[in-house]
Design a protein around this ligand. Structure first.
Ligand code: IDC
Length: 458
């Protein structure tokens, strides 16, 4: 038998050499098995670690961010994407344009490698998060909450309100927010800091959006300690933006939980707490559901909004509140036909990814505004709706032009170095500020130019 062979080498004979060789081979084999087992173990641990794993296993919200008809109306490669289960429990297959999904295996491998890389940096970052945040807390507790001093966006424009279909500043002049959305703050906490925001401000951004996922290991799936960490991160972000005199959106990032009603009670508690904490911060804006999708209609989203808005209004009687719309925040037409009444300073979200969402969605946006709906683009990208594929600069520029024409505020997705087209920082760059142009991604460079040009034109 194999083990016996090991124990009884014939001394000095050819057999001994064979035995030595087999022993070496065996040792090699065992080491390979051991190392592989270790790797699998690590990967499993990473998968299970809340707040360290990037979201995105499975279909992202974006994978379904368009309807069948939208997919086929686009003359590009159409890829079938396994999709979400509808309210009735029926599994739908939706079509996604672009080639990103075609390259799934290669891409998946690189995404996994990226996740492992990111995880380390997130964990490293988390270790000093405690210190960072307690400093922030000391600064914020009892400190004056007047955002920015000197010539900052807030010092010039003050508290914003919604007038007709647009935002206006405290002097009554039309005002446009031009900002950047973080990735999920739980996964990329390192970018929630004053230096990074200052860099965005130096390009011409006047606002940031703090995206806090509710599902995918996000706020509603963690325990109290995880919730506290995320709330501290929000505070870090709000304080940093406030110091710089930038506007800041607190975004309840509903995505793979589909329906804002899934965690409506949690949302109610969260917004009660946030609006109480930031009631004196004229620069804070509340976004109560990023992208309802795969089920809830406008009636249902509207009734969710009617549950949350009064909770915020109790503490922040005139803060701007953004309400997401069904179909990944694309159905502004439905909201325009039946807007929320009885409250001021409400805006409705329209999100687009320029390579997927083209004329038909721009037309829908314009029509909604023409019919009196205040629309805000609290998230957009210039690649396809999966956050990958190539950038479509032509369509991106058409969107910017349309939004500028209508004085619509916008926030690009996302402030991270994740290996995906829509990340603004190149995946090889670990810096948090002082980015050279080549350390930005293509969309990062494009957006920086958009902002710089806007600033020059003003
Ligand atoms: C994407 C992220 C990606 C993540 C995925 C799932 O870029 O890293 O894996 O979410 O969590 C949206 C969503 C936004 C999506 C983005 C691109 O609001 O969370 O981010 N997108 O898919 N709507 C349309 C596109």
């Amino acid at each position: 038998r194999f083990s016996l062979l090991f124990m009884s080498p014939v001394k000095g004979g050819g057999m001994e050499i064979i035995m030595k060789k087999s022993r070496r081979l065996c040792l090699l084999f065992l080491s390979v098995v051991f190392v592989s087992a270790l790797c699998v173990g690590c990967a499993k641990a990473a998968d299970n670690a809340p707040y360290t794993q990037e979201p995105g296993s499975g279909q992202s919200g974006a994978a379904g961010s368009m309807s069948d008809t939208e997919g086929s109306s686009n003359g590009e490669g159409i890829v079938e994407v396994e999709s979400t289960v509808t309210e009735s429990g029926r599994s739908e297959s939706q079509k996604q344009t672009g080639t990103a999904e075609n390259e799934a295996p290669a891409q998946k491998a690189s995404t996994e490698a990226e996740s492992a890389k990111q995880e380390t940096s997130v964990q490293e970052d988390k270790s000093d998060m405690g210190t960072m945040q307690s400093e922030q807390e000391q600064q914020s507790s009892g400190s004056d909450s007047t955002p920015g001093t000197g010539s900052t966006p807030y010092s010039q424009h003050g508290k914003l309100s919604v007038n007709g279909t647009t935002l206006t500043d405290e002097h009554g002049a039309v005002f446009q927010l031009q900002g950047v959305s973080t990735h999920g703050i739980g996964w990329f906490p390192q970018y929630v800091n004053e230096d990074t925001f200052a860099e965005l401000e130096s390009w011409g951004a006047n606002a940031v959006r703090l995206a806090m996922y509710t599902a995918e290991g996000g706020y509603c799936e963690g325990g109290d300690a995880d919730k506290d960490k995320l709330k501290k991160l929000i505070d870090t972000g709000v304080q940093a933006a406030t110091k710089l005199g930038m506007y800041v959106i607190i975004d309840w990032h509903v995505l793979n939980d589909h329906d804002p009603w899934t965690y409506a009670d949690e949302a109610e508690k969260f917004f009660a707490e946030m609006s109480e904490k930031y009631k004196d911060y004229g620069n804070v804006i509340y976004e109560i559901c990023n992208e309802p999708n795969s089920g809830p209609d406008w009636g249902s989203v509207k009734s969710y909004a009617e549950k949350i808005i009064p909770v915020i209004r109790e503490n922040a009687p005139d803060a701007v509140i953004i309400v997401g719309t069904p179909t990944w925040s694309q159905d502004v037409d439905k909201a325009a036909a039946d807007p929320i009444t009885g409250y001021d300073n409400i805006m409705y979200a329209l999100h687009f990814y320029a390579d997927t969402h083209r004329d038909y969605l721009r037309d829908r946006m314009k029509k909604a505004i023409d019919s009196g709906l205040p629309v805000i683009v609290s998230e957009f990208g210039i690649c396809d709706a999966s956050g990958n594929g190539g950038n479509n600069y032509d369509e991106g520029n058409k969107w910017i032009e349309a939004m500028d024409d209508y004085n619509i505020s916008y926030f690009i997705w996302n402030l991270s170095n994740k290996s995906e087209t829509c990340a603004l920082i190149s995946s090889g760059c670990g810096k948090l500020s002082g980015f050279e142009d080549e350390e930005l991604s293509d969309s990062g460079r494009w957006y920086k130019e958009v902002l710089i040009k806007q600033r020059e034109d003003k």
